[in-house]
Write a protein that binds this ligand. Structure first.
Ligand SMILES: Nc1nc2c(c(=O)[nH]1)N[C@H]1C(S)=C(S)[C@@H](COP(=O)(O)O)O[C@H]1N2
Ligand SMILES: [Mo]
Length: 465
């Protein structure tokens, strides 16, 4: 079988869709079962919107079979049949075709499998290609670690499949010694385990008014895990920094097409050296005691405690020391707060997680028996540990909740307040966190063009029966 790309164009006047009966006849003709009768296998099809153009990717033993099958289209307009290369499955595979055409390795996880796995785990899938899904708030209950299968997923491109045996982390740029570290090398370096909350800067974007384009996260783009790996400082010490080094660039293995850019854009982010100092950055290879799952960066990811999670580059394969600011797409075009203040554009990079509390119990749909009612949740801030969480029920005064367990440096703080509700009814419960630097949550977060950092006070309507 040989592969062909078929291009058909007709004028608006001759469009078969003008008449429903003729339209249906042409569609039926294009059905896969009909094509088979002509010895043609259709691998993919698309119409160019508003252009009366149709493209097919099809296999046939020779061009004549295809011509015979497409005859009816030749009668109403123009037809081209172009021989194509034989990577049928790649070309027909939607997005991965773009990777292939741009010379990228198509070695990615099958998006359909990744999506099904997430659905099976109970995640809320926001988008399947690339895979983006949020955690259900009940999965955050009691402030424990979020199991790996329930941890929210945020990807900009397809999930790259990296072979652990040939994997290398390269360290280069302004260093004394370039390094190329295997997984074994990394496992033999000193290790550290840290509990760290990752939150997407877009968490809560869907709650901004007026609405903002982008992933429509509600409140589940946040999770906490125990990460194990090599402190970044160990690797930087091995390489030795040149005096001119100012910034560390972290390079992910994933890349793809981005509007406005020619050629593939890679997922990469940098931090200034002064931002790394004392920040406990980890090159993590384990998550909650298991090898890093593939959707969370297998076999190696950066974990940057306290920062919005865009800084925590997954599928980390390269580190480069630079002498000045990095201007990559995800550093400079995206992940900036952009406000309009008195008609003046104001711009500031997204950095630390803003202080925030979430109510995890009772769930809004849950019928809670009257009497003593436990209101529980988690709270976190990138600037410092949580100082207090206050809860207001039914428009009443703010009451201080109990912080549970020890104060966490980089992980969310569970909290709880027991209130007495003698009567049935629906009550609005609100929770407001304050961190040790004195920062607290606003009634409404300031709207910004790309919808980041929405840490408005969380409200849940609880129903008491
Ligand atoms: N290589 C790579 N790293 C990445 C991303 C990505 O698309 N590619 N997304 C970032 C963003 S915006 C977030 S919120 C976190 C999500 O991490 P998770 O999927 O493990 O929850 O990964 C960050 N690191
Ligand atoms: Mo994110």
């Amino acid at each position: 079988m040989a592969l062909f790309v078929v291009r058909h164009h007709h004028s608006a006047e001759r469009c078969p869709a003008q008449d429903p009966y003729t339209g249906a006849k042409f569609l039926n003709h294009l059905s896969r079962s009909n094509a088979i009768r002509y010895g043609v296998q259709i691998q993919g099809e698309a119409v160019v919107e508003a252009e009366h153009s149709l493209y097919l990717i099809a296999e046939a033993s020779d061009e004549n079979h295809l011509l015979e099958f497409m005859q009816v289209f030749q009668e109403i307009g123009h037809l081209d049949i172009l021989p194509a290369s034989t990577w049928a499955r790649v070309v027909a595979g939607g997005d991965s075709a773009a990777h292939a055409l741009m010379g990228e390795s198509p070695s990615v996880i099958d998006p359909a499998d990744a999506c099904q796995q997430a659905i099976d785990a109970g995640l809320v899938v926001q988008r399947a290609h690339p895979l983006n899904c949020e955690t259900l708030i009940p999965a955050l209950i009691s402030g424990a670690m979020v199991p790996n299968a329930h941890f929210y997923v945020r990807n900009h491109f397809h999930i790259p499949l990296l072979d652990p045996s040939s994997f290398r982390l390269t360290v280069g740029g302004l260093v004394e010694r370039e390094l190329s570290l295997s997984l074994n090398d990394l496992h033999n370096l000193p290790l550290q385990t840290l509990t760290v909350t990752l939150e997407c800067a877009g968490n809560g974007r869907a709650l901004f008014e007026p609405p903002i384009e982008g992933e429509k996260w509600t409140l589940g783009a946040v999770s906490t895990a125990e990460w194990t790996g090599v402190p970044l400082t160990e690797v930087l010490d091995l390489a030795g920094l040149k005096p001119s080094a100012r910034e560390v660039l972290f390079r992910g293995a994933d890349s793809g097409a981005v509007a406005g850019h020619i050629g593939p854009v890679r997922f990469e982010r940098s931090l200034r050296l002064d931002q790394c100092r004392g920040a406990e950055l980890l090159l993590a290879y384990a998550m909650n005691g298991e090898p890093l799952p593939v959707q969370h960066g297998y076999p190696l990811r950066l974990v940057v405690p306290d920062w919005y999670a865009v800084a925590s580059v997954k599928w980390l394969t390269g580190i480069e020391l630079l002498d000045g600011p990095f201007r990559g797409h995800y550093q400079y075009d995206k992940y900036w707060y952009e406000w309009d203040r008195d008609g003046e554009p104001v711009r500031e990079p997204v950095t630390l997680q803003r202080v925030r509390a979430l109510i995890t119990e009772p769930a809004p749909a849950h019928q809670t028996p009257r009497g003593d009612v436990a209101i529980r949740g988690v709270a976190w801030s990138g600037s410092s540990p949580i100082d207090q969480v206050e809860v207001s029920v039914g428009g009443g005064d703010w009451q201080e909740a109990n912080l549970l367990g020890e104060r966490r440096r980089h992980g969310w703080q569970p909290w709880e307040l027991i209130i007495r509700v003698p009567e049935p009814g629906t009550l609005a419960a609100r929770a407001r966190a304050t961190d040790l630097t004195g920062q607290t949550q606003p009634e409404r977060a300031e709207w910004n063009r790309l919808g980041y950092g929405n840490n408005a006070i969380h409200q849940v309507d609880i129903s008491i029966v």
